[in-house]
Design a protein around this ligand. Structure first.
Ligand code: PMT
Length: 403
């Protein structure tokens, strides 16, 4: 089973014209705050200089097996242990053949053999070499060993021929290895998340509430914790339990949630309002059970305080504030209006009341909006959706902090 958290990637670069794309891979991974160490074969150095990778990765580039200086800096076995993922891009037919049968005659193939982490291989070669039965056998052997092959694409090749064998684009390779993974992007960040419904009591035995199960908020709390954050979870009544390490504050009413959030807000860097907080609460709560009356009865309601709006405009506003929007019509219009009126950095909108997704469902889909953009996170289980949302939040937080 692959690791869900990745912070450190070992990139092996073999000798092929596609090696220039590997520089872009390093740049994209660094943008995601992933540490990258690059190992090059001798042939790779004919195509691109180690200095390029050193500058982009901000780490020394390793090229030699048993070089005294390199072994001093980080021995090859330690380098193999260090990585959460090993990515070989581009992988030539020769290297693929070596990996598939366990040959270890240079630094990269030795590291590959010594690595126990998940391996991703992005082949790049002439179409005839790719189609050759022996190469396909080697690829199949690697797949059987659990290696992830990032298939080459079709198109014009450096040799002048056209066909299958071009290495995938850098952005596709990065998306493949990071999808469904948490990156340690919230390390040391204090995050406060609200989750679940609130219950507004009418009398000692009845309350007004909604169908929120807390699954979305708890998934976000777990993923934020995995991403290195210090997580406080203010939760309405749900049947879920919080992971070890999460500071859980349980509340019942909207007013209690408001007080709990405000008592913790001055310490926070990020606030995510996933809770389905009641917009109205009974004006009066009866001390005794309300008796059955005539054919109809009325309950006087008063508006609750809007936690999200008040946090976003408070003097203790966290650096980044994310709201949710639950809509049954005009999702984009209402979400964008909440983004603006509530002065948020980001809003994650979901359809509710549909057959799949939203309240009390294991799956969900989100349309995420921020001032200068938007992104669709497709229907999937709430854990994987939370991974994507936390990744997006950390990217936008970084952008905000660096502008
Ligand atoms: O809990 P699950 O079953 O997993 O379902 C997840 C969910 C559907 C509840 C979740 O994805 C979601 O949409 N949460 C927000 C629900 C909601 O109340 O949306 P809203 O559009 O009414 O509110 C907008 C935002 O204001 C929300 O971030 C809400 O937390 C916040 N709010 C609302 C009222 C209030 N008094 N205080 C608030 O902070």
């Amino acid at each position: 089973m692959d690791k869900v958290i990745i912070n450190k990637i070992l990139l092996g670069v073999c000798g092929g014209i596609a090696a220039y794309k590997s520089a872009e891979i390093v740049r994209l991974l660094r943008k995601k705050n992933i540490e990258v160490r690059v190992v090059m074969t001798h042939a790779a150095m004919q195509f691109i200089s180690p200095l390029t990778f050193q500058a982009l990765s901000a780490n020394p580039v390793c090229t030699e097996l048993l070089d005294v200086e390199e072994e001093n800096a980080m021995g090859h076995i330690n380098l193999a242990r260090w990585a959460d993922i090993i990515l070989i891009a581009p992988a030539t037919a020769n290297s693929i053949a070596k990996f598939s049968i366990g040959l270890a005659d240079d630094l990269l193939s030795t590291l590959y053999l010594a690595a126990e982490c998940p391996a991703y291989i992005a082949p790049a070669m002439n179409r005839a070499m790719w189609n050759k039965a022996v190469t396909q056998d080697n690829i199949q052997r690697l797949k059987n060993q659990g290696v992830h092959i990032i298939d080459p694409t079709s198109g014009e090749q450096a040799c002048g021929e056209t066909g299958l064998g071009r290495m995938s684009e850098a952005s596709d390779i990065v998306a493949t290895i990071t999808q469904n993974k948490t990156i340690d992007t919230l390390k040391g960040i204090n995050v406060l998340i609200t989750a679940g419904p609130t219950q507004e009591p009418l009398d000692p035995v009845r309350y007004i509430s909604n169908r929120s199960s807390g699954k979305m908020g708890y998934a976000l709390a777990n993923i934020a914790l995995n991403a290195g954050a210090n997580v406080t979870l203010v939760s309405g009544p749900v049947t879920l339990s919080a992971a070890n390490g999460i500071d859980l504050i349980q509340v019942e009413t909207a007013e209690q949630m408001y007080q709990a959030v405000f008592s913790k807000i001055s310490e926070q860097d990020l606030f995510i309002a996933t809770a389905a907080v009641a917009d109205y609460t009974p004006l009066n709560t009866s001390k005794e059970k309300i008796k059955k009356q005539d054919s109809s009865s009325h309950i006087a309601l008063q508006k609750t305080k809007d936690i999200l709006t008040d946090i976003a405009s408070s003097p203790n506003r966290p650096g980044f504030v994310v709201g949710f929007a639950a809509e049954t019509t005009h999702l984009e219009h209402y979400a964008k209006s909440k983004l603006e009126h509530k002065k948020l950095d980001m809003i994650a909108a979901n359809w509710v009341g549909k057959t799949r997704g939203g309240f009390d469902s294991d799956d969900n889909a989100l349309e995420v909006f921020w001032k200068s953009g938007q992104k669709t996170l497709k229907m999937t289980d709430k854990k994987h959706l939370a991974i994507q949302l936390i990744t997006l939040i950390s990217e936008k937080m970084n952008e905000k902090n660096t502008t």
